[in-house]
Design a protein around this ligand. Sequence first.
Ligand SMILES: NC(=O)c1ccc[n+]([C@@H]2O[C@H](COP(=O)([O-])OP(=O)(O)OC[C@H]3O[C@@H](n4cnc5c(N)ncnc54)[C@H](OP(=O)(O)O)[C@@H]3O)[C@@H](O)[C@H]2O)c1
Length: 272
Amino acid sequence: MLSLHSTRALNNGIQMPVLGFGTYKLTGAQCEQSVSLALNAGYRLIDTASYYQNEREVGLAIAHSGIPRSKIFLTTKLWNDQHEDPIGAFNQSLSSLSLDYIDLYLIHWPVEKVRNLTWKALQPLLSSRKARALGVSNFLIPHLEELLSQTETVPAVNQLEFSPFCYHADLLDYCKSQKIQVMAFAPLTRTAKFSDPRISHLPQKYSKSMPQIFLRWSLQHGMIPIPKATSQEHMLQNTQLFDFELSSKDMALLDTLNEDYRISKWDPSVFK
Ligand SMILES: NC(=O)c1ccc[n+]([C@@H]2O[C@H](COP(=O)([O-])OP(=O)(O)OC[C@H]3O[C@@H](n4cnc5c(N)ncnc54)[C@H](OP(=O)(O)O)[C@@H]3O)[C@@H](O)[C@H]2O)c1
């Protein structure tokens, strides 16, 4: 049975928590405070990116938490304008975070022409143990097929937008078949789809909130969701996912809702 402390083994053997905390749009003191509260609430996976301009505050919250570094799993990402010097970008993130190593370093978007070269350039981070795992984000099947034809290191993770309203079963199945763990970003549709009448009966049926239903759906599909919350109440609620299970009938109902609904500014298919 899963719990907040459960982990999943990535394809290189390292363990990653099954639930994470997202930090996009959290900045300054509010970011440091939210990440501190999240760590207090039991989250052990924190997701940031150089693009979010909050690595310093995330690092401060980790440093002040009193939790051993080895118990925290930190993910950050290389932004689209950093492909010219991938190792420089990584070192910049490491320095902003004031950390010695990063658990998971992702290529944020599959930028044309350079993405596979960047992947190659990042490989020494694994042997030097500065990154425990490398992965990608927003890579669709064609991007992955192209990358896998050129590398021996299969990405450990692909961070993708996934919710019942942005559900691409073929992409999830493909990642599973290649042993690439899917991390689900915007798993709550940033609240946009909480009132859909087709699923309005589910919270009462399970005595859970709609966000908890969405997150449980991700977990039961084997994804690692990374909801963001500023409110402490939301943050705590989003950890209470391990004392109920959606029936296969309700999973199937949620699976029918896909409408390619995206909060991210780009559909990854624009990257050729
Ligand atoms: N790789 C990528 O390209 C990419 C793109 C986008 C996001 N991400 C990552 O994914 C993370 C999550 O995505 P997101 O932040 O865009 O959206 P999200 O997690 O789907 O939604 C966050 C919103 O949901 C609200 N919320 C959270 N828990 C709630 C609850 N229990 N009840 C009611 N409302 C609740 C939050 O409100 P409050 O803040 O008021 O609590 C916030 O407005 C990001 O923070 C980031 O780390 C990655």
